[in-house]
Design a protein around this ligand. Structure first.
Ligand code: UD1
Length: 391
């Protein structure tokens, strides 16, 4: 840490896991565009570290290389959270940032917020207030706790604000700004990689591509779906049924791949119309999603991206922390209910499914709104602390 030549008083922007990068990219860009904000220092906790989960994403997103990488790697929740905290504390001491900016709900989000708040460094949470009301999800714990200790909370949909008020967060700490992840989607939409190119690069057999009059995209990585044999077997068997109707392209998350291999389930996917791919870069994934007939997922972000792309999304969960994607967007919650999923697939193939509409302020400018509010907020704070010092 000794030789670190980074500006003191910067905005410390934290990323750790894949879904953080597409949220942080527009923020870093919007902060840099304002003269009334300090410079940003990008800190990567190293929660995700594989090239496919990491470097490939950074390149596609035009996100600058992190100034620091804490290289914490994988571990149990306690180990990972503790290790991030241990390694982030000296960074705060050295940097004395004017605030710490965290996004989303991963372990890195909570760990860095905790360290900052105990050091009385302001915490700014972007994508605050989302609630699944399901404490079996590790992310739900991260969301609730991060929001309790954050000083400034930016929300993507009105439900977020209601949840925060309900949990006793003062309204003046909350701002509805829209969705930074959709900023990224809109910015890169035209550069998306065509699906046939992604499949060719992955060496997927010619006849699969040939059949590709229409295809579905699958992503699965929630512990509740992939960590145990029962749900994982069910999910794979449902996907096999869906693939009888529509070829499926599945970029497999490392957590899911590890469990499929551990449980000896890989052979059950042979000779099906399910193409397994390695995790993809952002522009590749965007191309796959944008051109799909439908998407089957348990991801949070993809529920929002499909709403923005007007592609029907079947979410293999019983709840969502992003209710607007169901109410206004293209999302339907289907759990692992085989009959319901097959019905929905049939309906989408016949009618095109839900088209939805774009939620309020998902307009590509959320990052700028965050930057503007933040600049005003920091200015008021420093004014206040000067007055206190004079008093
Ligand atoms: C994390 C987030 C989750 C987010 C997901 C997106 C938490 C609690 N979970 O889940 O909210 O939706 O990222 O990907 O923060 N692994 C690798 N390579 C990597 C990273 C992980 O192989 O670069 C494997 C390891 O076996 C590791 C496992 O994936 O043990 C789980 O990684 P972890 O970071 O603990 O959680 P994710 O499941 O990726």
């Amino acid at each position: 840490m000794g030789e670190m030549l980074l500006p003191r008083g910067a905005l410390a922007c934290i990323v750790g896991a894949r879904p953080n990068y597409m949220k942080m990219a527009p923020l870093v860009r919007a902060f840099a565009a304002r003269k009334d904000l300090p410079s940003s220092v990008l800190v990567h906790t190293g929660q995700h570290y594989d090239v496919a989960m990491n470097e490939m994403l950074f390149a596609g997103l035009e996100l600058p290389r992190p100034h620091l990488n804490l290289e914490v790697g994988s571990g149990s929740h306690a180990q990972q959270t503790a290790e991030i905290m241990r390694r982030f504390e000296p960074v705060i001491d050295e940097l004395a940032p004017s605030c710490v900016i965290v996004v989303g709900d991963v372990n890195s989000t909570l760990a860095c917020s905790l360290v900052a708040s105990k050091k009385r460094t302001p915490v700014v949470h972007v994508e605050a207030g989302l609630r699944s009301f399901d404490r079996d999800m590790p992310e739900e714990i991260n969301r609730i706790l991060t929001d309790q200790i954050a000083d400034l909370l930016f929300t993507t949909e009105h439900a977020g604000e209601e949840n925060l008020l309900h949990e006793g967060i003062a309204p003046e700490r909350i701002r509805f700004v829209g969705n930074v992840m959709i900023d990224t989607l809109m910015r890169h939409r035209q550069r998306a990689v065509p699906p046939h190119q992604t499949l060719a690069r992955a060496g997927i057999a010619g006849n699969f591509i040939h059949d590709l009059a229409g295809y579905g995209v699958v992503t699965l990585h929630r512990p509740s779906n992939v960590d145990e044999a029962g749900p994982l077997r069910d999910a794979l068997s449902i996907l096999r049924d869906v693939a009888e109707r529509l070829p499926l392209i599945w970029p497999v998350h490392p957590r899911a791949r590890r469990n499929i291999e551990r449980l000896g389930l890989l052979p059950s996917l042979a000779n099906t119309r399910i193409a397994l791919l390695a995790p993809q870069g952002y522009l590749e994934m965007l191309g796959l999603l944008a051109n799909a007939r439908l998407v089957l997922t348990d991801s949070g972000g993809i529920q929002e991206e499909t709403t923005s792309l007007a592609v029907p999304c079947l979410t293999l969960r019983s709840n969502t922390e992003r209710p607007i994607t169901v109410e206004e967007g293209t999302n339907t919650l289907v759990g692992l209910d085989r009959a319901r999923i097959l019905d929905c697939v049939e309906n989408i193939l016949e009618t095109g499914g839900k088209r939805g509409r774009m939620p309020e302020l998902w307009d590509g400018c959320a990052g700028e709104r965050v930057a503007e509010h933040l600049a005003g907020w920091l200015a008021r704070r420093s004014h206040l602390s000067r007055e206190l010092a004079l008093a």
